[in-house]
Design a protein around this ligand. Structure first.
Ligand SMILES: Cc1cc2nc3c(=O)[nH]c(=O)nc-3n(C[C@H](O)[C@H](O)[C@H](O)COP(=O)(O)O)c2cc1C
Length: 395
């Protein structure tokens, strides 16, 4: 027990033992109590191998944008309004026409079996149990179909990159459609991968007991890449010639709504509208692509202003670590927020139960934030609730 009576973390090194029985540690007595999202990260940092933790936590270059994603939220302050009878609050919303009980869902993150043996299946089960959705990364370590089955009737969306061989992208999209995914999220911000120094330093590689499961098997066989080198091989197949015309191409081959992920400027947001997509996600990829871009939250408002009047839905991700952060993103015009790393830490903490716990904490925090800002519904969450800290004063 620690000083305040919480069970302390198991100090065994289960990952080094590579024993699935004890990785991640299954003994609940060894797990500390978690009451906010950063608690999950603290746990994961001690429970994962350094190589895997760094792969998930890291960003590109100096990681300025990783840090800024969270710091920028702290520069925005909330405004409370009092005595407004907040006894009947409705925190639900819709995402692409589908009702969700709260305005956040799970962002696509790669290779989740490194966080928990059940990987994306456990993550999808949690999203579904909580009534929200998850975007399945194309870099999934469970099959598209397994994850669909785990989601049951729950919401599921699928993420793709555009590959040099368009037929691979087409096959993946068709497979996702057959499995009942309800929208396609296309990463627009990854014509090449950012230079992620932590991963480069540790020579990170997907542990050989896992496979990337959404890529056609024949790709592996035809090109002779073995399991160990396959993830690196797939990276080389992302097309750096990808353009807005490819977004229209995806629209032409799929009847599903398309969301372009990685928007950071008004110009790109307007382009997305002109290409007829259903949604955009304001995102700097969790600081993993171009180091030095602004925090996602700092550009959200200008993107929202740029598409005002269109029917496009604006989503947000990057640096959300509390329900208050969700409220700030909504107040600046996002329809819903997506959660990246905290979902991975929660998955590592306790699989499906851990992710449910994380979503439940976020839901409670968001509900309290709504109450204390005098908001009865998400429509009441507007810029009136915010104040900006002035960080550059005039001399
Ligand atoms: C380990 C990791 C893997 C990711 N993999 C993908 C991916 O496969 N596709 C994608 O579009 N975004 C990916 N992202 C970016 C997330 O979808 C999201 O934009 C970002 O994590 C949000 O920031 P947050 O982690 O601060 O919540 C990944 C992020 C992380 C941390």
């Amino acid at each position: 027990m620690d000083a305040i009576g919480n069970p302390t973390i198991c100090r065994k090194k289960p990952c080094e033992a590579e024993d699935e029985e004890c990785w991640p540690c299954q003994d609940l007595q060894c797990k500390p109590n978690v009451v906010c999202l950063p608690d999950f990260e603290e746990y994961a940092k001690k429970n994962m191998t350094k190589e895997i933790f760094d792969y998930y936590a890291g960003g590109s270059g100096t990681e300025q944008s990783v840090r800024d994603n969270q710091e920028a939220f702290k520069r925005i302050r909330l405004q409370s309004y009092i005595l407004r009878d907040v006894s009947s609050r409705d925190i639900s919303t819709t995402i692409l026409g589908q009702k969700v009980p709260f305005p956040f869902a799970i962002a696509p993150t790669a290779m989740q079996k490194m966080a928990h043996p059940e990987g994306e299946v456990a993550m999808a089960r949690a999203a579904s149990a909580m009534g929200t959705g998850m975007v399945l990364s194309a870099w999934t370590t469970c099959t598209i179909e397994e994850v669909a089955a785990a989601s049951g009737d729950g919401l599921r969306w699928f993420h793709v990159h555009i590959f040099r061989d368009r037929s691979i992208t087409r096959k993946i999209i068709e497979r996702a459609e057959r499995a009942g995914y309800k929208a396609i999220f296309v990463s627009g911000d990854t014509p090449v991968l950012g230079r992620r120094l932590r991963a480069l330093r540790s020579e990170f590689a997907l542990p050989s007991k896992f496979r990337l499961q959404s890529f056609p098997k024949q790709l592996e066989i035809e090109d002779g890449a073995d399991n160990d080198t396959f993830p690196q091989y797939v990276d080389t197949q992302i097309d750096d010639a990808v353009s807005w015309d490819d977004i229209e191409w995806v629209r032409s081959i799929s009847s599903l709504p398309i969301v372009v992920k990685g928007i950071l400027t008004a110009a790109d947001a307007r382009e997305a509208v002109s290409r007829g997509v259903a949604g955009i996600c304001v995102s700097n990829h969790g600081g993993r692509q171009l180091d030095g871009v602004p925090a996602s939250i700092d550009v959200l408002e200008e993107v929202v202003d740029a598409v005002r009047g269109s029917s496009i839905e604006v989503f947000f991700d990057g640096g959300i670590r509390s329900g208050n952060d969700v409220l700030k993103a909504l107040a600046l015009g996002a329809r819903a927020a997506f959660i990246g790393r905290p979902a991975l830490w929660a998955l590592n903490y306790d699989g499906t139960a851990g992710v449910c716990k994380m979503l439940d904490i976020l839901k409670k925090e968001f509900s309290v934030a709504m109450a204390l800002t005098g908001s009865l519904s998400v429509a009441d969450v507007t810029k009136d609730l915010l104040r900006r800290q002035i960080i550059y004063a005039k001399l």
